[in-house]
Design a protein around this ligand. Structure first.
Ligand code: IVH
Length: 670
C-alpha cells in the first residue's frame, strides 16, 4: 500500500466520493468522469471488505441497499409534520394575505417565498452533529415509518452535511423535503413493470411513495429517486431568521434545494408566479401540482401559528392534475397528407389539467403494443402544458381484454394495400391518389403552411364534404355566397374567410413551397430551397444533383423533389397557383436575418419527424447559432424529437429550455 493508514484512506475516499455525489446529484455539475468515480468507489469497497471494523452506515458504499427487512420501525417526529391549506384561485391568495396582515397587526412588511409543490412523498431527515442518523415518512404527521436504509440509497441526500473548514455543525437538525421520481424514471419504471407483466404505476407520486417503502432497499436503490429539500423542522444550534435564509443555508450545506424558489415583496407577485409556473410546469422533468407560498419571516410565522396542523403562514396553490384515468373507447386510424397512418384514441371525455379531452395521439403500432394499450381498457392519460394528450398506458390487470391492436391491412379510405417501409415505424398508404392526401394536404396548406386567418381544419372538412374544395387553387376561387349557403356560415364569417384566403396570397414563397406537400419537404427544407434557388421556376428546372448540392439536403430528398417536379399534374398545379397570384419567387425581405441567433448554442436529440439532424443543424448555423453535442448550463435550448436520449433528461435537470419540432420552426421564423 502507499503508506497511508487504512482508516485515513477510507475517510479520504468517503469524502471524495460524497463530494462527487454532491456535484453530480445536487449541483448537476460533475467534475470526475464515471470511470474515475468508479475507481474511487472500488477502492473504498475493497478497503472496507479488508477492514470490516471500518464499515459505517455513513459510507457511500451503503447507498446500494441491503437485503430485505421484516417491516419498518415506527418513528416519532421531533416536530409535527403538518399539511397545507389549499387555494385554487387568486382571490383565495388575496384573502389569505389579508388574513395574514390582520393577524400580524403591524406595519412591518410581509415578504413571501414561493417554490414548486413537488408531487412526491414527504420526508423528514434527522442529522446529529452533521451526520444523517435517520429519516421517516410523514405517516399521520406525528409518527412515520423509519425508511432510513432506503433513504441512504438516494444519492442526492447527503449522508454528512458539507461544512466549511472549522465550522461546527448544528447539534441537531431536522430537514424536511419531498422524495420524487423524475418523469423519465417514471416512464422507464412503467415500461419495465409492463415487460414483467406487472401493474404499472398510475403516477410518479405513487411510484415514488412505493419505491420509498420497499422492504428490500436494493429495489429502492435501483429506482432513480431524488429529493428536493424545502424546510427545517426541529433544530439545535442554528440561528436563522427567514425561510429564504434557511433555503440558502441548506444549499450551502449540501442539500438539494429547488432552483425555482422565488422571494416576493407582495401577494400580487406571488399570484403572478402561480400563473407563470403553470406554464413552466411542463418544462420540468418532474411533476409539480402547484406552488407553495410561505411567509418568509420566521418571527411572523411564529405569530401566525397553525390550525389543525396546517400552518397559517403557508398556502398550497394547486392546479388541476395533469394525469387522469378514463376509458379508451376505440382506436382510429387517420391517413396523413404523406400517406402515413396515424392511430389515435377516442376517449371517454375526461378532465386533465383543467381541460376536457376526448382524443389522444397514439404514435404507431409498435408504440401501442409496447405499452399494451387496447380498446376498452381503462387508461392513464397525461397532458403536459400545451402538448397533445398522451395515453401513458392501461390500468392493469384486466379479467378480459380485447385483442392487441393491429394496423389495418388496407387503407381505410382508398382500400390500397398498406406498406411499412423498411426501417420506418410508420405504416403508409402508397396510393398517391388516396383522397386522404388531398384533404390532409389542404388542411396542411391552410394551417401550417399558409396560416390563413379564419380558415382551419373544420372549414376545410366542411367544404370538402360539400365538394366545393378538392385542391389548393379551388380555395382561391371560392366566393362568399358559396359559403353562406353552408350551415354555420353567416355573412361575417364568410367574408372573413374569403378575406383571409385573399391575404394569404402575400405569404412568402417558402411557405407556398412548404404547402405543396412535396415528399420530405418540411418547413426547413422549403426555406433552404427557396433561398438557394430563388424561384419555383428555377427549382423546377434544375437537376437532382444541383438540388443535392444545397446545404442540408441529401440524395433521398433531392430525388423526391426532382421527381415531384417531373410530374405534369404538379407543374399544372404550380401554374394554376401562379395564375391566381401566389408568390412563387423570393422577395428581398424574405431572406433570413443573418446572425439573428448569434451567440446561441443548441443541442439536437432524438428524431424529428420532418427534418433530419443535418437540416436542423444547417438551418441554425445559417442564422449564426452554434450546434453542439453536450448539454450544459451554457446551452440555450435543446431541440428534442421522438425517442430523445439522456440529453433531454440532463436538459430538464439543468432547467435548459426544451423545444419540440414546432418550437424549432418558430425559432427560425424569429
Ligand atoms: S411546506 C406544514 N413546501 O405538500 C407543511 N411542502 O400538504 C409544510 N410539498 O406533505 C410543507 N412541495 O410534502 C412544503 N415546497 C414545498 C412542498 C411541500 C411539496 C408537500 C409536502 C406536504 C404537502 C403539504
Amino acid at each position: 500500500m502507499n503508506g497511508i493508514p487504512a482508516d485515513e484512506r477510507v475517510r479520504e475516499l468517503r469524502e471524495l466520493i460524497e463530494q462527487h455525489n454532491h456535484r453530480y446529484y445536487v449541483l448537476d455539475d460533475p467534475e470526475l468522469s464515471d470511470a474515475e468515480y468508479d475507481r474511487l468507489f472500488d477502492e473504498l469497497r475493497a478497503l472496507e471488505e479488508a477492514h470490516p471494523e471500518l464499515t459505517s452506515a455513513d459510507s457511500p458504499t451503503q447507498r446500494v441497499g441491503a437485503a430485505p427487512s421484516e417491516r419498518f420501525r415506527k418513528l416519532r417526529h421531533l416536530q409535527t409534520m403538518g399539511s397545507l391549506e389549499k387555494a385554487t384561485r387568486s382571490e383565495e391568495l388575496l384573502k389569505w394575505a389579508e388574513d395574514v396582515r390582520r393577524r400580524l397587526d403591524s406595519e412591518e412588511p410581509v415578504a413571501f417565498v414561493t417554490e414548486p409543490k413537488i408531487d412526491g412523498s414527504a420526508i423528514s431527515l434527522v442529522y446529529e452533529n452533521g451526520s444523517f442518523v435517520r429519516g421517516a415518512t410523514r405517516g399521520d404527521g406525528e409518527e412515520g415509518e423509519d425508511v432510513s436504509r432506503n433513504l441512504r440509497t438516494i444519492r442526492s441526500i447527503p449522508l454528512a452535511m458539507r461544512l466549511a473548514p472549522g465550522e461546527e455543525p448544528p447539534a441537531l437538525l431536522e430537514v424536511r423535503g419531498e422524495i420524487y421520481l423524475p418523469l423519465a424514471g417514471f416512464g422507464r419504471l412503467n415500461e419495465q413493470l409492463a415487460a414483467e407483466g406487472r401493474k404499472p404505476s398510475p403516477n410518479p407520486r405513487n411510484a415514488a411513495a412505493g419505491s420509498l417503502r420497499q422492504l428490500d432497499s436494493r429495489i429502492t436503490a435501483a429506482r432513480p429517486l431524488a429529493i428536493w429539500v424545502y424546510g427545517i423542522g426541529a433544530s439545535e444550534g442554528l440561528a436563522l431568521e427567514t425561510h429564504w435564509q434557511a433555503l440558502a443555508w441548506l444549499r450551502e450545506h449540501g442539500f438539494r434545494t429547488n432552483p425555482g424558489a422565488e422571494r416576493h415583496e407582495s401577494i400580487e407577485s406571488v399570484i403572478r408566479a402561480c400563473q407563470e409556473w403553470e406554464r413552466r410546469r411542463a418544462e420540468l422533468g418532474y411533476e409539480i401540482d402547484g406552488l407553495v407560498a410561505k411567509v418568509d419571516s420566521y418571527a411572523q410565522q411564529a405569530i401566525l401559528g397553525a390550525l389543525h396542523q396546517r400552518p397559517r403562514w403557508a398556502r398550497a396553490f394547486k392546479w388541476a392534475p395533469s394525469t387522469a384515468q378514463t376509458t379508451l373507447r376505440e382506436i382510429h386510424v387517420r391517413v396523413g397528407r404523406t400517406g402515413a397512418l396515424n392511430p389515435w384514441a377516442e376517449l371517454e371525455p375526461v378532465e386533465v389539467g383543467g381541460v376536457t379531452i376526448s382524443t389522444a395521439t397514439l404514435h404507431n403500432e409498435e408504440d401501442i403494443n409496447r405499452k399494451d394499450i387496447r380498446e376498452g381498457d381503462t387508461v392513464i392519460v397525461q397532458r403536459a402544458g400545451d402538448v397533445i394528450p398522451q395515453v401513458v398506458g392501461p390500468v392493469l390487470p384486466y379479467p378480459a381484454r380485447s385483442e392487441p391492436f393491429r394496423m389495418p391491412a388496407r387503407c381505410p379510405l382508398c382500400g390500397a394495400e398498406i406498406v411499412r417501409p423498411e426501417g420506418e415505424a410508420m405504416h403508409r398508404c402508397p396510393n398517391r391518389a388516396c383522397p386522404s392526401r388531398g384533404l390532409e394536404t389542404l388542411i396542411h396548406w391552410v394551417q401550417a403552411a399558409m396560416d390563413i386567418e379564419g380558415v382551419g381544419e373544420k372549414f376545410v372538412r366542411k367544404l370538402w364534404a360539400a365538394e366545393l374544395l378538392r385542391s389548393m387553387p379551388d380555395l382561391y376561387r371560392l366566393r362568399a355566397e358559396q359559403l353562406t349557403e353552408l350551415e354555420g356560415y353567416g355573412e361575417i364569417s364568410a367574408r372573413n374567410a374569403i378575406e383571409g384566403i385573399e391575404q394569404s396570397k402575400q405569404q412568402p414563397f417558402f411557405r407556398v413551397l412548404f404547402g405543396l406537400n412535396i415528399p420530405y419537404v418540411g418547413f426547413v427544407t422549403a426555406q433552404a430551397l427557396a433561398y438557394h434557388f430563388g424561384s419555383i421556376e428555377r427549382l423546377a428546372a434544375v437537376s437532382q444533383e444541383e438540388i443535392q448540392a444545397v446545404e442540408g439536403i441529401g440524395p433521398v430528398v433531392a430525388e423526391a423533389v426532382a421527381e415531384w417536379f417531373a410530374d405534369d399534374e404538379n407543374t399544372q398545379l404550380v401554374a394554376e397557383l401562379e395564375g391566381l397570384g401566389l408568390r412563387l419567387e423570393l422577395g428581398e425581405e424574405e431572406r433570413p436575418i443573418e446572425g439573428s441567433l448569434s451567440g446561441r448554442v443548441y443541442v439536437i436529440t432524438g428524431t424529428l419527424v420532418r427534418y433530419s439532424r443535418a437540416q436542423v443543424q444547417a438551418a441554425l448555423e445559417q442564422l449564426g447559432a452554434k450546434v453542439t453535442d453536450a448539454v450544459s448550463a451554457k446551452t440555450t435550448a435543446v431541440i428534442a424529437g421522438e425517442s430523445p436520449g439522456s440529453k433531454l433528461e440532463r436538459a430538464r435537470r439543468l432547467g435548459v429550455t426544451i423545444l419540440d419540432e414546432q418550437g424549432f420552426e418558430q425559432l427560425l421564423l424569429g
